[in-house]
Ligand binder design. Structure first.
Ligand code: C2O
Ligand code: CU
Ligand code: CU
Length: 509
C-alpha cells in the first residue's frame, strides 16, 4: 500500500501549502529571487534537431515505424554525464511524420528496466491504440498499435503515460514529436523545410545536481512546490545553452512545452512581434500577431518569426501571468525568467513569401446536451482520485459535448482530454484568452476560474477501452487528477454497463 501512503502524504503536503498563512510562507518563499538563467548562458551549443524517423519496409501500404525506449547517457552540462532515457537514442526521440489518410503501425519496444506506455498526445485514434495507462508495455515487450491518420495537419507528441509514473518517465526523457501533414496545409506558402525553416522546439526545464545527474527528489507530488518539480536549467530539444542559425527571412517554430510543470511565457528579448499560426490541434483560421505566448505543459503552438540578415535574437520565457496570488506565483514559477535559445541570422537569408491571410476554415463546435462538470480541487477531480477500474463518463461516439472545468484551487492547473479536439467557449463567461484560441487538446485553467469547452469526440465506438482526461501538470496527474471515459455508438451502450458496472454510465458531477 505504498502508493496509498504516498498519496496521503502528498495530500498532507497540499494542506500545508494551501492553508498556511501567506505571511508565514512568504519569508521562506522570498528568501531567494525567482528562478532565472539570465546571464548564465553563452549560447554556444548548436540546437539539436530530432531526426525524422524513417519508416521500415513492410509487406503492404501501411507505414511502419519502430521506436525503442532505452536507457542512455547524455552530456547536458559540459563535462558531466547524465543518466537519461530516450527513444532510439539516449534522450528524447525522433520525429515521426505522417500524412492524413495514411495507415500506420508503430512498433514500440520497451528496453527500459520498468513497465511503461507510449501515448500519442492529441492523436485521433481508437482508445485501444492510445497508449494510456491501460496499454502497459512490459520490459522486453513490443506493443504494436495501428490506426489510420485522420485529422488536420498539426504538431502532436508522444510520451509515457503509466499511472503514477508518468512524471518520472517523461522527466528522464522519453518524449518526441509526431507531425501530421495534409494536402491543404502543404499547399500553403508556409516555411516547411524540416530543421531548416520549420524547426521543432521541445522546451523543458530540468533540475540537475552538481555532478550532472537529474535531481528527481521532488519528482513525486510535493505540496511545497505546489506543481511538483520545477527546474532552473532549460533544455531545448535536449540541448543546453543552444543557438540556432537562421537561413531564411521567415522561420516557423513548432513549440512543445514538454516540461512536467513549468509554464512558459514565450517572447523575444527585444519584444518583437511574431505570428502564431497553429495551436495544439492544427492551424488557426488566420495568423495572429503577438509578442507573448503562454504555453502550459503538453500544449503546442506553431509560430513564425521574421529576421534580417546578420541579426541575433534571443527567445525568452518571461514571468508567466498565471492568475495566482503572489505566494503561489512564486511557488509555481510565476516569477521566473529563462533565456531559451539564441537565433543567429546568416548574412544572407532565403527570401520569404508573404504569410497567407487565411490558414484554415474557421471551425465552430456546437455542443448539445447536459454539460459534463469537473471540479479540480485538492488534487482530485470531483473529489475522486483516478481509479483505473472506475468509468467516470460515457460519451456518444462523434458527439460534441460541453465540458465545464472548474479550478477550485489557488494554484495553476491545466486540462487535457484524449480522443477529441476542443474549443474554449468561455472563461467565467468571458471570451477565452489569446492562448486559449483555436482548436486544442490541452488548455491552461487559472486559479478559481471555470473554463467551458466544446469538445468534439471521435467516432470510434469501444465500450471497454477508455480515454483519459487529466491535469497535464504531471505530478498532479500522477497524484490522481485523472479520470476516464468511453465513447460508444448507441448499440454498444449496454456493453458499457456490463463491463464497467451499473453505476458507471451515470457519470457524476
Ligand atoms: Cu500528454 Cu494524457 O497526455
Ligand atoms: Cu494525451
Ligand atoms: Cu494540476
Amino acid at each position: 500500500m505504498a502508493s496509498r501512503r504516498t498519496f496521503l502524504k502528498a495530500l498532507a503536503g497540499v494542506g500545508v501549502a494551501v492553508v498556511v498563512p501567506a505571511g508565514v510562507l512568504a519569508g521562506w518563499v522570498y528568501a531567494g529571487a525567482g528562478r532565472s538563467n539570465l546571464g548564465t548562458l553563452s549560447f554556444h551549443n548548436p540546437l539539436r534537431i530530432p531526426p525524422l524517423l524513417d519508416p521500415v519496409a513492410g509487406g503492404d501500404d501501411r507505414k511502419r515505424f519502430e521506436l525503442t525506449l532505452q536507457e542512455g547517457q547524455s552530456e547536458f552540462l559540459p563535462g558531466t554525464r547524465t543518466a537519461t532515457w530516450g527513444a532510439n537514442g539516449p534522450y528524447l526521440g525522433p520525429t515521426v511524420r505522417v500524412s492524413r489518410g495514411e495507415r500506420v503501425e508503430l512498433a514500440v519496444t520497451n528496453q527500459l528496466p520498468e513497465t511503461t506506455t507510449l501515448h500519442w498526445h492529441g492523436m485521433h485514434l481508437p482508445a485501444e491504440m492510445d497508449g494510456g495507462p491501460h496499454q502497459p508495455i512490459e520490459p522486453g515487450q513490443t506493443w504494436r498499435p495501428r490506426w489510420t491518420v485522420d485529422q488536420p495537419a498539426t504538431t502532436l507528441w508522444y510520451h509515457p503515460h503509466l499511472h503514477r509514473t508518468t512524471a518520472r518517465h517523461v522527466y528522464r526523457g522519453v518524449a518526441g514529436l509526431f507531425l501530421i501533414d495534409d494536402p491543404a496545409t502543404d499547399a500553403l506558402p508556409l516555411p516547411a523545410e524540416y530543421g531548416v525553416d520549420d524547426v521543432p522546439l521541445v522546451l523543458q526545464d530540468k533540475k540537475l545536481k552538481d555532478d550532472g545527474t537529474l535531481d528527481t527528489s521532488k519528482m513525486d507530488f510535493n505540496g511545497i512546490t505546489v506543481t511538483g518539480l520545477l527546474g532552473d536549467k532549460i533544455l531545448v530539444n535536449g540541448t543546453y545553452d543552444p543557438y540556432f542559425e537562421l537561413t531564411a527571412e521567415r522561420t516557423r517554430f513548432r513549440l512543445l512545452n514538454g516540461s512536467n510543470a513549468r509554464i512558459f511565457y514565450i517572447g523575444f528579448v527585444d519584444d518583437r512581434e511574431f505570428w502564431q499560426i497553429a495551436t495544439d490541434s492544427g492551424l488557426l483560421p488566420e495568423p495572429r500577431r503577438l509578442t507573448r505566448l503562454l504555453l502550459s505543459p503538453g500544449e503546442r503552438a506553431e509560430i513564425v518569426v521574421d529576421a534580417s540578415p546578420g541579426e541575433e535574437l534571443v527567445m525568452r520565457s518571461f514571468p508567466p501571468p498565471l492568475g495566482t496570488n503572489f505566494v503561489h506565483a512564486r511557488l509555481a514559477g510565476g516569477d521566473d525568467t529563462f533565456d531559451l535559445l539564441k537565433l543567429v541570422a546568416a548574412g544572407s537569408l532565403r527570401p520569404a513569401e508573404p504569410l497567407p491571410e487565411r490558414l484554415a476554415q474557421p471551425t465552430e463546435l456546437v455542443p448539445a446536451g447536459e454539460p459534463f462538470r469537473l471540479k479540480m480541487g485538492d488534487f482530485l477531480l470531483n473529489n475522486r482520485t483516478m481509479d483505473p477500474a472506475r468509468l467516470d463518463h460515457t460519451v456518444t461516439a462523434g458527439a460534441v459535448e460541453t465540458w465545464e472545468i472548474v479550478n477550485s484551487q489557488p494554484i495553476p492547473h491545466n486540462f487535457h482530454i484524449h480522443g477529441c479536439s476542443f474549443q474554449v467557449i468561455d472563461v467565467d463567461g468571458e471570451p477565452p484568452a489569446d492562448h486559449q484560441l483555436g482548436v486544442k487538446d490541452t488548455v491552461y485553467v487559472q486559479p478559481y476560474t471555470t473554463v467551458r469547452l466544446a469538445v468534439r469526440f471521435l467516432p470510434y465506438s469501444d465500450p471497454v477501452h477508455p480515454y483519459m482526461f487529466h491535469c497535464h501538470i504531471l505530478a498532479h496527474e500522477d497524484a490522481g487528477m485523472m479520470g476516464q471515459f468511453v465513447t460508444v455508438a448507441e448499440p454498444d451502450r449496454a456493453a458499457v454497463a456490463s463491463h464497467w458496472g451499473e453505476a458507471s454510465h451515470h457519470g457524476h458531477g
